[in-house]
Ligand binder design. Structure first.
Ligand code: NAP
Length: 473
């Protein structure tokens, strides 16, 4: 039982100050795994004040000083990486292999790319007789979700530290353990008082207070499109910069010249990873009608071999991260059935023997049209829809017929053909032939998947204001 009550403000671990507790549930068991404090507007105000004070000196630090700070954080992170992985398994159910090799490891990967980007970042540039200065934007508010809990936090905090910003973080109340450990790392690594502040609590209260705060210069949000809109509305009267990383319903175009068995096998595994709770997951598989039958057969086979279990069983798939998410997934499976889609694997309910906790079945729908709700709405669970197309133009049209534009996937034996199709998809990242993640590649969405970019060098541009000193000489 973890008791992470209180707040981290101005370099001090403060007690709960009368705040009520929020229970954190282990999704593998459905039991309480710990408690945190539910912050109030007063704690948000104190944290913002501390960040504002700290900005005066931290914004003036040199690139070298900030590089040294990021290296100190890297050293501390390495020592606690296994602990972070265990916390993520406990708070959101990631299988041990996924928690250690991906979830926790992504913290280090982003530290490395941020250090690299900072060492080369053009804070000053001369254009004619004008000097262009890139200055830290100021005090930032961060609101993050539960699906990749450490990744979602570090992709905001690290570029903010790199550019000389100060900040207040509100992580998802569902997954606060890893964020707490990260705060301990920052404290131990010597992040100056007030530069990083943690206020736990619910989004409607703490998140909204951050979004509305007049002394916050930028709010960066990752989560659902609905909550992202609330953040933007709350932020509008104070004209702060708003960065949104929202949902997705990404198409995976398997062209007719691809190795169908391999492409479908990889595609099913890609969506089921992290129990389908990845915003860029390839949730709509588009297959040429001449290969559809073979693709369905392969998808069924792959799904049947996907193991589901508690994190320690090292199964491929863990539970969904909450009862709420389990109920949402069940609701959508029922919607798919009612819409006339055909279940070829999985379906309603939990896998046998896994009725405790929030385990769902890897589920695949065939005979899906892109107008069905299961093809249009983000389910955020282990549910794949398979849609046939008759030619390349139609595949591209289906891929783009979505309110979202976060990611896209193209499989082809011809890289030239894959590149051509990629150029026509309106989304922020396109992965050709299941290319591995590139931590230096800008990450973010078109359309209702958000605005702005995270990861690598591009992330640093998000955290600066531009000042033109005209007549500089
Ligand atoms: P969510 O409500 O968008 O939660 C994300 C973060 O926003 C959490 O920290 C949440 O606080 C906070 N929040 C919620 N309402 C807010 C508001 N009005 N103002 C400020 N902050 C607010 O996501 P969810 O309810 O956990 O999941 C709902 C759906 O969002 C999922 O089914 C999925 O479709 C989508 N989702 C997308 C991503 C992604 O990476 N794109 C990640 C997670 C979820 P609390 O701690 O109180 O929840």
């Amino acid at each position: 039982m973890r008791e992470y009550t209180g707040f981290y403000i101005d370099g001090n671990w403060l007690d709960a100050q009368g705040a009520s507790n929020i229970e954190v549930i282990n999704p593998s068991t459905g039991e309480v795994a710990g408690i945190i404090s539910d912050g109030t507007e007063e704690q948000v105000n104190n944290a913002v004040e501390a960040a504002k004070r700290a900005f005066v000196s931290f914004s003036q630090t040199s690139v070298n000083e900030r590089l040294e700070l990021l290296k100190a954080i890297t050293n501390e992170y390495k020592q606690r990486e296994a602990e972070i992985a265990a916390a993520i398994s406990e708070e959101m159910g990631a299988p041990d292999w996924l928690a250690s090799q991906y979830q926790a490891a992504m913290g280090l990967a982003h530290l490395n790319t941020t250090i690299e980007a900072l060492s080369k970042f053009p804070f000053e540039e001369q254009k004619g007789t004008t000097r262009i200065l890139r200055e830290p934007i100021g005090v930032c508010g961060f609101i993050t979700p539960w699906n990749w809990p450490i990744n979602q936090v570090v992709v905001k905090v690290l570029p903010a530290l790199a550019t000389g910003c100060t900040m207040v973080l509100k992580p998802a109340a569902q997954t606060p353990f890893s964020a707490w450990l990260l705060t301990e790392i920052f404290d131990k690594a010597g992040v100056p008082a007030g530069v990083f502040n943690l206020v736990n609590g619910h989004g409607g209260k703490v998140g909204s207070a951050l979004s509305r705060h007049p002394d916050i210069d930028m709010i960066s949000f990752t989560g659902s499109t609905g909550a992202g809109i609330s953040v933007a509305v709350d932020a509008a009267p104070t004209v702060k910069r708003v960065h949104q990383e929202l949902g997705g319903k990404s198409a995976n175009i398997i062209l007719d010249d691809a190795d169908i068995a391999q492409a479908v096998d990889n595609g099913v595994k890609a969506i089921m990873m992290n129990t389908g709770q990845t915003c860029t997951a390839p949730t709509r598989m588009l297959i040429h009608e001449s290969k559809y039958e073979a693709a369905v057969e392969q998808a069924r086979k792959t799904a049947e071999n996907i193991t589901v279990g508690a994190p320690s069983s090292n199964s491929y798939m863990g539970p969904l991260s909450s009862k709420k998410q389990f109920d949402t997934v069940q609701k959508y499976i029922q919607i798919g059935i009612d819409e006339g889609a055909e279940i070829i694997a999985g379906g309603l309910g939990s896998p046998e023997g896994l009725e405790k906790g929030f385990f769902a079945k890897p589920t695949i729908f065939a005979n899906v049209t892109n107008s069905m709700r299961v093809a249009r709405e983000e389910i955020f669970g282990p549910v794949l829809v398979m849609i046939p197309y008759s030619n390349e133009e139609e595949a591209i049209a289906i891929a783009n017929d979505s309110p979202f534009g976060l990611a896209g996937y193209v499989q082809s034996s011809s890289i030239e053909r894959a590149r051509k199709v990629a150029s026509k998809i309106r989304a922020g990242q396109i992965y050709l032939n299941y290319a591995p993640l590139d931590f230096a590649a800008p990450f973010g969405g078109y359309k209702q998947s958000g605005n702005g970019r995270e990861w690598g060098e591009q992330a640093l541009y998000e955290f600066v204001e531009i000042k033109s000193v005209v007549g500089f000489g």
